[in-house]
Design a protein around this ligand. Sequence first.
Ligand code: F6R
Length: 617
Amino acid sequence: MCGIVGYVGSRPSESILLSGLARLEYRGYDSAGIAVIDGDGHLGMRKRAGKLQVLRDDLQHAPLADGTSGIGHTRWATHGGPTDVNAHPHLADDGRLAVIHNGIIENFAALRAELAGSGDTFLSETDTEVAAVLLAREYHANGEDLEAAFRATVQRLDGAFTLLAMHEDHPGLVVGARRNSPLVIGLGEGETFLGSDVAAFVEHTRHALAIGQDQIVAIRPGSVTVTDFDGVAVEPEPFEVTWDAAAAEKGGWSSFMAKEVSEEPEAVANTVRGRIHDDAVVIPELDGLDDLLRGIHRIIIVACGTAAYAGQVGKYALEQWARLPVDVELAHEFRYRDPVLDEATLVVSISQSGETMDTLMAVKYAHERGAKTLSICNTQGATIPRESDAIVYTHAGPEVAVASTKAFVAQITALYLLALHVGRVRGALSAATSAQAVAELEAVPEKISWILEAEQERIAQLARWMADSRSVLFLGRHVGFPIALEGALKLKEISYIHAEGFAAGELKHGPIALIEPGQPVFVIVPSPVHSPVLHDKVVSNIQEIRARGARVIVIAEEGDAAVLPFGDEVVRIPLAGSLFEPLLAVVPLHIFAMGLAEARGLDVDQPRNLAKSVTVE
Ligand code: F6R
């Protein structure tokens, strides 16, 4: 949460900072600000509550003086509401020092009391201003050496933070530090960038350096130094960004979410690409790990939100194909209940951003307790994969809309690949089952494309009709259950309508009391061909709710005639094996949530109160 950008070079920094912030706005969008050191060596700063556009308008009306270095911030409020005063940057040393921050400084109250006790005053309610004031003190205590002062400051901070700072006395220098919060370096020709992720600078350069935990970076035009918190030099790890700036542009779509839903077929295809050999799954990143995979006795999947629902789908595949017991845990619950972990446990984390603090902490905890860790992640150079023993990247491309869509189908795909890979390595999977699963997986992108072409407009129309609904329920069974949960999450997240997902069999144990005449209920119907028993049970569940007046929207396989009489609306998905149905059934639910939010005139990309990358616990 919070997007951070820094620049030093020879070009005017304001427009570089603002375009970097535009690409990072998904990380937080309740206020934004920049600080620039101008040609006369003065530090100018502007910050405004509201979306980035409010700041842009303000700067257009009253520009800052030109400069070639600066820092910028887009905020998701933690300490103090989203006001002009609480927005970043925060200034200290008589306005000559500017600081921006992502994360939470846990000992800020004690530090603030200490500084106030020695005469310092504060304008804002933020933890960040405390860091700025402390840095100003250290600056003078360390002979006005900004890097030394920065080292002394970060050593006194507890919690999670990425901090950037610049001082009028040192134009052309931006210093940064990270602890449990992201920061990457971009290397241009005679210019250097810092960003919360590569999106901040990908339009200028694809050459990047990853900064490790508890490291400090100092950037100058065309040069970078990285040290640990004690000042010992370390070598940052170089990497190339594999996608270009256009991949993170809207490109004519009404929203990033619309674009990203349209990219679901590619997200699956790209995640599968290069991982199939002779009808078997071989994940190159897991080369050399066969002994590790043979030695494990159980898997625990840790993730949050949509990624956790992908994990719940993946559990079915891992149990079926790899024959390993699998538990799926919300990452934020996992480490607070003393779970039983040993070196025969593989903890699989799933994260689009690779920065979700709850998931990161769960991975670190698992590692400390001796478990093996594997990360399924969509973001190169992110913290979670760097903290894990093994990585399987999803190749969904950059996901900008706050609500996760294409990453979800890519995560399920990666879990299926992992299940097939582990099943093969452990000898739990027959060649015939593997070949059939591979063929099904390879057919998924085309089937999703069919849904997008054949059903999109009808689902969007349904969403428009239902724009005034007060509550929508979602039912599923087996792999359809986590899809029901995902459908409900997506709807509440972007349309602010109450929505709940249930296992269809659970309804009669309580939730059926919610059904009253006209209550809309989506039901994901299992395949009559591949899961006839479950299919018939779900059809019975539909009859139970219709008898109580529910308005039923069924998501059913083409050719499923038995369900037709019971659906007020029927959305078709192509025929697929049971385990592959989730990858198809979720697509109408993503389209529906988006259509309904649009019909209510809401911002589908930036829903209220949320941020894409949740880097606080
Ligand atoms: C919902 C959504 C969130 C994320 C969750 C985990 O649409 O996007 O529930 O799935 O915050 O985020 P990552 O995958 O980045 O760890």
